[in-house]
Design a protein around this ligand. Structure first.
Ligand SMILES: Nc1ncnc2c1ncn2[C@@H]1O[C@H](COP(=O)(O)OP(=O)(O)O)[C@@H](O)[C@H]1O
Ligand SMILES: [Mg+2]
Length: 271
């Protein structure tokens, strides 16, 4: 199973760009598409995946318990009540964290126990953990960035550090993309963003107030009727499965033209 399993670490050097949001919603979209997915919260400073998935009160064991042999891996994995294909595990909320080698072993045991085809790892940001983990577990990295200058700089740095550490499959998700900002303020269009990060694009998620509100209640976008975001996550999931999916397939987009920059000297025409 390990050989066929695809592992994605969701990262960025910057906090608050939507790493956990992307990890949770992508994992749910993949699970709804019928793939067995384990999402692992490896954010050592701010565990949030349980909140975003609405598991807050679910008492359970964690990856440290597995790594220290206190419980079987199956005891540290929770199955999502909404889909039979999504599973969750996490590092401990408090106390000393296991070594990165032990985390990698515990993650593999947990993924094996539920026969996960995909392992999505949410992280706290920063480069040390991703770099160390790669020595024990080959993964593809998903870098999340918004279109602010600080976030883009962090994405560029994260990408180059991960490439230097040997990570080969590095892809970018632009999150909270707000077309109005791109149009009227000095916001950047999508091609500029890709250009400035040097990371190939996996998908774009628009800013979605419904998504943010639903998250506060532990509801991923795919489980919320009014949310505009599920399609973005389904599109990203399908690209990961190897399908060729247009960037905004099924998504309602106004002002499409400003998604790419006007050529020099050309007026931006907003349609
Ligand atoms: N596409 C989006 N639309 C609206 N709000 C979002 C979106 N993505 C993330 N957010 C909000 O931004 C905040 C930070 O997101 P989070 O996933 O916790 O970031 P990180 O894990 O990078 O620290 C949260 O309040 C979340 O609800
Ligand atoms: Mg987070």
């Amino acid at each position: 199973m390990e050989e066929q399993r695809k592992i994605f670490l969701v990262t960025s050097c910057k906090g608050g760009v939507g790493k956990s949001t992307v990890a949770v919603n992508l994992a749910m979209a993949m699970a709804i598409c019928g793939r067995r997915v384990l999402i692992a919260d490896c954010d050592t400073t701010n565990r949030t995946v349980d909140l975003l998935l609405g598991y807050e009160d679910a008492g359970m064991f964690d990856l440290r318990d597995v790594s220290e042999g206190r419980v079987a891996p199956s005891d540290a994995v929770l199955r999502d009540p909404r889909t039979e294909n999504l599973f969750y595990c996490s590092l401990p909320h408090t106390g000393t964290q296991p070594s990165v080698e032990k985390i990698a072993t515990a993650l593999t045991l947990c993924a094996d126990t539920v026969s996960a085809e995909y392992l999505i790892i949410d992280t706290s940001g920063g480069i040390d953990f991703p770099r160390a983990l790669y020595e024990y577990m080959a993964y593809g990295a998903i870098i999340v960035s918004t279109h602010t200058t600080a976030s883009l700089r962090a994405a560029e740095r994260t990408g180059s550090e991960l490439a230097r550490a040997g990570v080969r499959d590095i892809r970018l998700i632009i999150n909270c993309f707000d077309i109005k900002t791109a149009m009227y303020d000095e916001g950047r269009a999508i091609l500029d963003i890709i250009d400035s990060t040097h990371v190939p694009l996996l998908g774009v998620v628009l800013y979605d107030e419904e998504l943010r509100i639903a998250q506060e209640k532990g509801m991923p976008a795919a489980c919320v009727e009014k949310s505009a975001s599920p399609e973005a996550f389904y599109n990203i999931a399908r690209r990961i499965f190897g399908e060729s999916v247009p960037l905004f397939d099924g998504m309602e987009i106004k002002h499409r033209r400003r998604l790419v920059s006007p050529a020099d000297g050309e007026d931006a025409e907003y349609t």
